[in-house]
Design a binder for this molecule. Structure first.
Ligand code: COA
Length: 239
């Protein structure tokens, strides 16, 4: 298997959405503000940090990351995915750390530890870029099954053998990741009820708080507008 830069492979860029992103993430995640503004620039602006994993000629996994500013203190930790992006592009501060934006493995290749390889590649990229460490606003795989449990509580859940309850947090910890704390408002998506209906294949006939499949916390609908604030868990990987 080999890793290539998306910047060098427009053919892979053309198929990545259908192959990896679409099956990996719910549609509404493509509609947050910083992503909509800057995602398409990543390969041009940070070509060494947008990588694809090939098995032979087949695209099997990918990673996206961005250099951002964090001085290492608790108080300066970005709020999550959105703020990391905005600090990188609009914050005006020199970047200190690499922030993971996404890792996706093709559905038929999940469970083969390919994500561990991608995390190693991210660490190596951070090192090459002269950044202090890698941080990740992790989207816990099983959190959608517990949408009413606060992220502060969920992130403490461990199995009897001490490993983390959540498979994705567990995979990070297996390769040296450490939990930093909750990212309560990592990604915010606000849109009209008709947009939410088309993204989720659900109806939201009235104001209320809705539990939506695959959503890590409720969707709040008020006066024709739906708002979802996705909670994540911050992890760090020291280099
Ligand atoms: C999360 C993800 C990146 C993990 O990649 P991976 O290469 O499958 O990871 P691993 O093979 O190391 O598996 C990690 C754990 O998840 C479990 N797992 C893997 N695929 C799974 C699936 N489809 N459903 C449930 N559990 C799964 C594995 O059994 C493993 O658990 P273990 O610790 O008990 O062995 C991958 O499943 C994925 O792309 N998911 C969709 C996109 C996503 O959520 N990305 C992360 C947010 S950016």
């Amino acid at each position: 298997m080999k890793v290539v830069r998306y910047a060098d492979r427009p053919d892979l860029r053309a198929i990545r959405y259908e192959t990896l992103a679409k099956p990996a993430f719910p549609e509404y995640m493509n509609h947050n503000v910083p992503g909509g503004k800057y995602w398409s620039r990543l390969s041009d602006d940070f070509p060494d940090l947008q990588l694809a994993l090939l098995d032979g000629d087949e695209l099997v996994a990918e990673l996206h990351s961005i250099p951002t500013a964090w001085d290492g203190s608790e108080g300066d930790l970005p709020g999550g995915w959105d703020e990391s992006f905005l600090r990188a592009y609009e914050g005006g501060r020199r970047p200190d750390v690499l922030c993971a934006l996404a890792i996706a493995v093709r559905p038929d290749r999940q469970g083969e530890r390919l994500a561990a390889r991608m995390l190693q590649e991210m660490r190596a990229a951070a090192e090459r870029a002269g950044l202090r460490e890698l941080i990740a606003p992790v989207r816990p795989t099983f959190k959608w099954r517990y949408p009413l449990i606060p992220i502060e509580q969920y992130m403490t859940w461990r199995r009897d053998d001490g490993t983390h309850f959540d498979p994705w947090i567990r995979a990070h910890e297996r390769v040296g990741g450490e939990i930093l704390g909750p990212a309560r408002a990592s990604m915010r998506i606000e849109a009209s009820v008709s947009d939410w209906q088309s993204w989720t294949a659900m109806q939201f006939p009235d104001d209320g708080d809705y539990i939506v499949p695959e959503m890590l916390a409720p969707l709040y609908v008020r006066r024709g507008v739906g708002c979802h604030v996705e909670p994540n868990v911050w992890l760090r990987h020291r280099l």
